[in-house]
Design a protein around this ligand. Structure first.
Ligand SMILES: Nc1ncnc2c1ncn2[C@@H]1O[C@H](COP(=O)(O)OP(=O)(O)OP(=O)(O)O)[C@@H](O)[C@H]1O
Length: 718
């Protein structure tokens, strides 16, 4: 059959042609299935091959494979001004098990948005219409039902490649799977992604030189293929890779697809070798379909549409050259500056603008057999209700997830110099400075204020320094968000692990610096006084950590987070009872509730009692009276001495729990509530803008006629 012949055919002829195409496609499909059985093995690691052989029979029967189809997919985003922008318009296509589908198009054409729409990850201000069907059913693919490799490699910099993959395996594989098998799976994945040479190299971060960008990309992919997902989305998996690595990665993805998986990847500018590895091609320009069909037939489609690929040009370069409207601007600029001299009159693209070429290609596609066949196939896939795939994600128990995460986080904290070690040094230096300035503070009259100032500085500024860990928290949150979106583990396991892994470091930092400070300043002697002081310091620093983690969960930006964290702490410090005495703090708002919410307040009140109760202040050489600490507490610092200092400490410890719960709630809110609220606001803005525009048109007499005329136009009028 002549390809492209459906254009301009009578309906009966077209139906017969489609029938023939379908028969051809089915034959090709069966042949591909058989070919897969033979051809896929050499591209796979021995382990993958075994897995494949065990499961291939089941998978090709179609009971657990993923058939994805989308029809009339349209995505509109609401912009801040209330205007809307159509990012994708009426896309129809499908992806089948055993194939790799490439999404190609110029920058900004909507590739990432299309992947997000298919994977159920659209931003809150993006609205989807049309249908996405998985095995013939509407499916929610977020949180682990499909694996998704994003453009950013959010990995833990201090772990080696092997450790990164091993921890990920332990987080997701079933607990009862023998360690040997888990290890074999990890090693198999390392081999499959060609990471053997750098398996024991750290990923790298700002102070650790690690693996190359390309290797990082491959680690990100390895993490997602580890669990052999049925459906795999990849956003630009080859960007930043050299041609050999890009070929290797795509070959691996093809091997994975041949394993019975459905692979959809957006690709920027593939080399001709890479392009040849794709089964289907979805070409996008300005959010519209330029071509969807067999990748190998794309050249023919372009030739039929009047844009044949010149000999010796990489087909994918040619396609992208034809559909990138930016070339018009570039050519105009170059012509204007007389820099473009060599024009080829035989090239159709020289005789027309790229915008015109795009228009012609889109319109040609919509009348072509390719479009017709795609719609038929999608309708067919929608009719067959296949297996409901499980939610995917982790198969490990909650306990295993929490344990593995705690261990991984502890290893990261102990290796990352910037996480706690640097802070430990700074804490020691600062506390030595405090110790020398208030050295043997004594019990003279002048010591009263010195003790007050010393405690205020310690519980104010020293705890304040904990915001220095914010950049590390943000890195942790990025890794968490990637893993969470792919369903590796839950929020509770993450919060618990983060709390437990930080605990030993916080104990070390606060006990070391607290002990130095306590003995140098010579605070109230006695073991219980000492232990109260360090516990108070520990609780305060932990509360600040929890507060900063809660901030990091909603504001994942270093500078903004530090400014907000510093602002909150500054306000808390202000109402702690030192800069303004408790009874003098204005009652509405500042005393009730702010000072009671401030952890500085409780820490300072407790420490004042801990330090002053039982001490007597005098100036030995004078005749002046001796002043008991209790009197100073009540009359100078305005503290109720009947309240136990242990109550203050228990409030501080309760605050740790409250802030950790807040951290948990914040993550849940940013996951569930924030997108809903943002979506609601975006919808309201759009409705408001539309109503205003309609009103303006009806009120303008000159436009009234236009509105009426427009209403009478046929629906398909441009
Ligand atoms: N949530 C959103 N809010 C506003 N605009 C958006 C949103 N999502 C996508 N867009 C816009 O839609 C267009 C397509 O974006 P998209 O990231 O999908 O393109 P792309 O083809 O993946 O580009 P690149 O290859 O550069 O990554 C861009 O102009 C982008 O600004």
């Amino acid at each position: 059959m002549k390809k492209g012949g459906a254009v301009g055919m009578a309906p009966q002829e077209a139906a017969a042609a489609v029938g023939q195409v379908k028969a051809e496609l089915e034959d090709v499909g069966k042949a591909a299935g058989r070919a897969v059985a033979v051809a896929s093995a050499p591209a796979m690691s021995p382990l993958s091959e075994t897995l494949w052989r065990e499961k291939a029979a089941v998978e090709f029967l179609g009971d657990v494979s993923a058939r994805l189809a989308w029809r009339d997919l349209t995505v509109t985003v609401a912009l801040g001004s209330g205007e809307t922008q159509a990012v994708l318009e009426g896309l129809t296509g499908y992806a089948e098990p055993g194939t790799i589908t490439a999404l190609m198009g110029p920058s900004g054409s909507g590739k990432s948005t299309m992947l997000d729409a298919l994977a159920g990850r659209l931003a809150a201000n993006a609205f989807l219409s049309g249908t996405v069907l998985l095995n013939g059913r509407k499916a929610n693919l977020s949180f682990g039902a499909a694996a998704y490799v994003t453009q950013d490699d959010n990995l833990i910099g201090t772990l080696t490649v092997r450790e990164t993959i091993s921890y990920s395996a332990r987080l997701r594989l079933p607990d009862n799977m023998p360690m040997e098998e888990k290890r074999a799976l990890v090693e198999g994945t390392i081999v499959e992604m060609g990471l053997q040479d750098c398996a024991d190299t750290v990923i790298g971060n700002w102070h650790l030189r690690g693996v190359s960008g390309g290797e990082k990309r491959r680690v990100s992919i390895a993490l997602e293929i580890l669990m052999r997902p049925r459906l795999l989305f990849l956003d630009e998996p080859t960007s930043g890779l050299d041609s050999a690595s890009a070929f290797f990665v795509t070959q691996t993805l093809r091997g994975l697809a041949r394993d019975g998986r459905t692979v959809i990847a957006s690709i920027h500018q593939p080399s001709s070798e890479v392009f040849e590895l794709f089964d289907r091609l979805f070409l996008l320009s300005g959010g519209k379909t330029v071509y969807f069909g067999q990748a190998s037939e794309a050249c023919e489609f372009f030739a039929q549409a009047g844009f044949p690929c010149p000999p010796l040009r990489n087909p994918s370069d040619h396609f992208l050259r034809c559909i990138n409207a930016d070339f018009d601007k570039v050519k105009a600029t170059l012509k204007g500056s007389m820099k473009m001299r060599f024009e080829k009159p035989d090239d159709p693209l020289e005789r027309t603008t790229t915008s015109e070429a795009i228009r012609r290609l889109i319109s040609y596609y919509q009348r072509s057999q390719y479009y017709f066949v795609a719609r038929q196939k999608v309708d067919e896939m929608a009719r067959v209700k296949g297996t409901v795939l499980d939610a995917g994600g982790s198969q490990a128990s909650f306990g295993m997830q929490a344990f593995t995460l705690t261990k991984r986080s502890f290893v990261n904290m102990s290796r990352d110099f910037g996480y706690y070690w640097l802070r430990l040094i700074i804490y020691i230096v600062v506390t030595v400075c405090i110790g020398s300035i208030y050295l043997n503070v004594g019990t003279k009259y002048s010591s009263i204020l010195a003790r007050g100032a010393c405690a205020s500085f310690i519980f104010g500024f020293v705890t304040f320094m904990s915001i220095g860990g914010f950049p590390s928290f943000v890195e942790d949150m990025k890794v968490f968000q990637r893993e969470r979106m792919n369903g590796h583990y839950g929020v509770l396991a993450f919060v618990i692990s983060n709390t437990l892994s930080a605990m030993p470091f916080l104990i070390l930092i606060t006990f070391l610096s607290g002990t130095l400070c306590y003995f140098m300043v010579h605070l109230h002697p006695g073991f219980t006084h000492y232990i109260f002081f360090v516990l108070c310091l520990y609780a305060s620093v932990t509360v600040v950590e929890s507060l900063m983690m809660a901030i990091a969960s909603i504001i994942p930006n270093f500078l903004m987070g530090i400014i907000i964290g510093a602002g909150i702490q500054g306000i808390f410090m202000l109402v702690s009872g030192y800069f303004r005495l408790p009874h003098d703090i204005p009652k509405p708002f500042w005393r009730y509730p702010m000072s009671y919410i401030s952890f500085h307040y409780w820490a300072l009140q407790g420490q004042y009692q801990n330090d002053l109760v039982g001490l007597v202040f005098d100036n030995q050489d004078d005749e002046l009276p001796k002043i008991p600490g209790e009197y100073i507490l009540e009359n100078v610092f305005q503290i109720d001495v009947r309240r136990s200092k242990w109550l203050d400490l228990s409030v501080l410890f309760s605050m740790i729990i409250i802030y950790r719960l807040l951290f948990f709630v914040m993550i849940k809110v940013s996951e569930d509530v924030t997108p809903w609220v943002r979506g609601y606001i975006a919808r309201r803005r759009v409705q408001h803008k539309r109503r205003a525009a309609e009103l303006a048109m009806v009120r303008t007499p000159s436009l009234r006629g236009y509105v009426v005329d427009a209403a009478e136009l046929p629906a398909d009028h441009p």
